[in-house]
Design a protein around this ligand. Structure first.
Ligand SMILES: Cc1cc2nc3c(=O)[nH]c(=O)nc-3n(C[C@H](O)[C@H](O)[C@H](O)COP(=O)(O)OP(=O)(O)OC[C@H]3O[C@@H](n4cnc5c(N)ncnc54)[C@H](O)[C@@H]3O)c2cc1C
Length: 476
């Protein structure tokens, strides 16, 4: 039976707890939710913080109760996994073992025997709080990687995850005829959701060739659930007559006030468009994304060790207990490399058990190992080819906050000698806007000679009022 999200823990309590918590979990997505309830099961008193209003994170996004969605489960796989976790959370909240702190956006973490997390509080971030805890589990997930192309700033062009979010939390479609493009498994999920909600999807345009998955058949065979998930999406798309174009990319979006169509071209192995293969597809929306970038600033600012992921991003390095290199800091889910909700839950549980001093069951460790191996295979299969930049025009905007075109970045690199994203930023302002390089970071990194990894380091994980910064500093 579908459970209304409003029946689940919606209570937010005041953050100040003079005694401090045993564990503060940052992020109430699958990883953080699983971590908090498992830790509370083992007797730890936890604070579960999230920047958003409701638990669930990106995967289990669901409509606000006010929208009155009768069947929030219809846009989700494994909704019962979420309702199971949410029911356990509600029981722990009622018993005072977990304090759920919604609308708490942590902008800095101070390490020590007692951790201090600084959070902007409220839907408008006008309030503030400091949360004290003896250990921290970082489960802040990921954000989407955007690779620009001519026309990508037109109204009607949204991210693939953004289209999912519009649908899952707002119950709205980005358009009636939506091309889905980019690279990664999120494209199939987004296309399946869009068609299920009544949109026409003329094509799913995947820049990779999927052959990478076949390189390690043993890894694939060990995660039959993933194969089933792929087959379910594939069957849904076939039923709706959706065409899957592999080794292809949207190299231009057309329109003046809004996108009216896209040009799709076939790509070579380095993602260079093959001349003569261009064809136009009419649409009124484009959902495009090139995978996800782990959101790890809070940890890297503390000096936590990282590792390169085969998709060209950077994730936190953790040991077999999900421990980072910073004492007292654990990490789970997409912060350790993008791998999906099931892996995030397994890692959240493993971290919680380690923090509580309990021995994780062998089945849990084995599941986590198999899913992590699959995540690495998936990451390699969707790594952007090095020549994707050849579909850019000189006037294509790279940084949309500061309106910096490709030509300015190329001038900084070729004529002024900038050899890294930070110097490009200082010379062009690319990455200095409101999003602090989350959108343009991967593109600027590629254009300045690096790989497609995320943006350079950010001392604060979100914009903060100067008053908050001053108050936080004066407390020390
Ligand atoms: C836009 C988007 C859409 C996605 N849609 C799908 C989908 O439809 N299907 C699918 O299989 N996978 C989807 N994914 C992938 C999905 O994120 C993961 O598989 C899964 O949700 C990972 O769980 P997680 O707990 O690691 O992270 P998340 O689910 O991302 O949860 C992280 C949580 O941390 C919170 N947070 C982040 N930073 C802070 C901070 N500084 N302070 C406080 N809270 C913070 C966020 O609000 C969020 O609730 C999507 C990813 C993104 C980015």
């Amino acid at each position: 039976m579908a459970t209304s999200p409003s029946e689940h823990a919606e209570r937010t309590e005041h953050a100040d707890d003079p005694a401090g918590y045993d564990l503060a979990v940052i992020g109430a997505g699958p990883a953080g939710l699983a971590g908090a309830v498992a830790a509370a099961d083992h007797g730890l008193r936890c604070a579960l913080l999230d920047a958003g209003a409701r638990p669930g994170g990106q995967y289990y996004r669901h409509p606000a109760p006010a929208l009155g969605a009768a069947r929030p489960d219809r846009l989700h796989h494994q909704w019962s996994v979420f309702t199971g976790l949410a029911d356990r959370l509600a029981a722990h909240v009622a018993a005072g073992r977990i304090v759920r702190l919604a609308h708490h956006h942590v902008w800095a973490a101070e390490a020590g025997a007692e951790w201090r997390l600084h959070a902007a509080v409220g839907a408008d971030s006008a309030g503030s709080a400091v949360i004290r805890a003896r250990a921290v589990l970082l489960a802040t997930g990921a954000y989407e990687r955007q690779l620009p192309f001519p026309g990508w700033t037109l109204p009607g062009v949204v991210t693939a995850g953004g289209a999912q979010a519009m649908l899952k939390s707002g119950l709205v479609l980005p358009g009636r005829r939506v091309v889905v493009a980019g690279s990664g498994p999120l494209l199939l999920a987004a296309a399946a959701s869009l068609t299920a909600a009544g949109a026409a999807v003329p094509a799913v345009v995947e820049a990779g060739d999927y052959l990478g998955y076949a390189r390690r058949p043993g890894v694939l065979a060990a995660v039959p659930g993933k194969l089933v998930e792929g087959a379910v999406h594939g069957a849904a798309l076939a039923r709706h007559g959706v065409r899957l174009r592999r080794s292809s990319a949207v190299v231009q979006a057309h329109g003046t006030d809004r996108v009216t169509g896209v040009t799709v071209a076939r790509l070579d192995a380095r993602w260079r468009p093959l001349p003569g293969t261009e064809r136009r597809i009419d649409c009124d929306a484009l959902a495009v994304g090139h995978g996800l970038v782990p959101q790890i600033e809070l940890a890297t600012e503390l000096g936590a060790a990282t590792r390169p992921v085969p998709d060209g991003t950077v994730a936190l390095r953790v040991d077999g207990h999900q421990r980072t290199s910073v004492p007292g800091l654990w990490a789970a889910g997409e912060t350790c490399g993008v791998g999906g909700a099931e892996l995030a839950i397994a890692e959240g549980e493993s971290a919680a058990l380690a923090i509580a001093g309990a021995t994780p069951p062998r089945a849990l460790l084995s599941r986590r190992r198999r899913l992590r191996a699959f995540a690495e295979l998936m990451a390699a299969a969707h790594r952007p080819g090095p020549d994707w930049t050849s579909w850019l025009h000189p006037d294509t905007e790279v940084c949309r906050c500061e309106e910096v075109p490709v030509s300015a970045v190329r001038e900084a690199v070729d004529e002024l000698g900038a050899g890294d994203p930070r110097t490009v930023k200082l010379l062009t302002r690319a990455g200095m806007g409101w999003c602090q390089g989350r959108m343009c970071g991967p593109a600027v990194a590629c254009l300045s000679g690096g790989g497609a990894q995320g943006a350079d380091s950010r001392p604060l994980s979100c914009p903060v009022l100067l008053g908050e910064l001053a108050a936080g500093t004066s407390e020390n």
